[in-house]
Design a protein around this ligand. Structure first.
Ligand code: 8X3
Length: 268
């Protein structure tokens, strides 16, 4: 995909930190940044699954001889580890330019009153506390140079809460609120805050939500044509490769089969 004649130049040499980069939107975003900058980027890829990250890094290095990739096992829900991770980055990767707060998950569709405590904690720790802590760790780097992009992955769930989303929806509403405050607090800087709110995207998201019940996971998308991870990655890269003064503050992204969290057209 072409992001316009200046995109590669604008992304050139950027140091880009992506959380949850081992699969789905995170992985696609890494690939898309690499493609848009013809490999002229430095990627910091973090996730819980080290082997997947290494395989992605190998792939990218094979495709782009000029790319630099640093991989690190990081579980953003373990918020005590985030500060040290950022301060201990190798010098070549330390001066981050773009932070993509992608790591996030939903667990279950249980009604309020029956939600498992560990699921509540995992969702809030990852989607909210992890995202906030990572942002706080990176922000001083951006403030020092008065530039940098923060991309927060929200969701339709944060705008349009639905039954069965008693925890996931509030976590994404918290992300939205956090993005708004951040954008307002940074009004006198050149730091940009983007939020991308996807609807249904067919990734491992539903496999995780339904804890490996692949039938249930598949049924989320059956009869629809869901978005793919690369569709969201394109929007992230598009936003980050606009002119410095342009802030695509919020983007709600559906497939043509979807009009709200619960309004989906199924052709079978
Ligand atoms: C994922 C979209 O509708 O499953 O963020 O909550 S939804």
């Amino acid at each position: 995909m072409s992001y316009g004649p200046k995109a590669a130049e604008r992304l050139s040499g950027k140091i880009i930190l992506i959380t949850g980069a081992s699969a789905g939107i995170g992985e696609s975003t890494a690939r898309e940044f690499a493609a848009a900058a013809a490999g002229n980027v430095k990627l910091i890829l973090t996730a819980r699954r080290a082997e997947k990250l290494s395989a992605l890094a190998e792939d990218l290095k094979k495709e782009y001889s000029n790319i630099s990739v640093h991989t690190a096992t990081l579980d953003v829900s373990k918020i005590d580890t985030i500060g040290k991770f950022v301060t201990d980055l190798p010098t070549e990767f330390a001066d981050i330019d773009i932070l993509v707060n992608n790591a996030g998950l939903a667990l279950g569709r249980d009604s309020i009153g029956t939600i498992i405590e560990s699921d509540i904690q995992a969702m809030f720790n990852t989607n909210v506390l992890g995202l906030i802590t990572m942002t706080q760790a990176v922000l001083p780097i951006f403030k020092k140079k008065n530039s940098g992009d923060i991309v927060n992955l929200g969701s339709i769930a944060g705008r349009d809460p639905y039954p069965g989303g008693g925890i996931y929806c509030p976590t994404k509403a918290a992300v939205k609120s956090f993005s708004h405050v951040l954008r307002k607090e940074l009004i006198n800087t050149k730091i940009r805050v983007f939020e991308v709110d996807p609807g249904n995207v067919e990734t491992e998201f539903s496999n995780v939500r339904f804890k490996g019940d692949l039938e249930k996971a598949k049924s989320v998308y059956s009869g629809t044509e869901p978005l793919l991870a690369e569709d969201i990655a394109e929007i992230i890269v598009f936003a980050c490769s606009r002119k410095q003064k342009t802030v695509i503050a919020e983007t709600l992204v559906f497939s043509t089969n979807q009009a709200s969290a619960t309004h989906l057209y199924r052709d079978s």
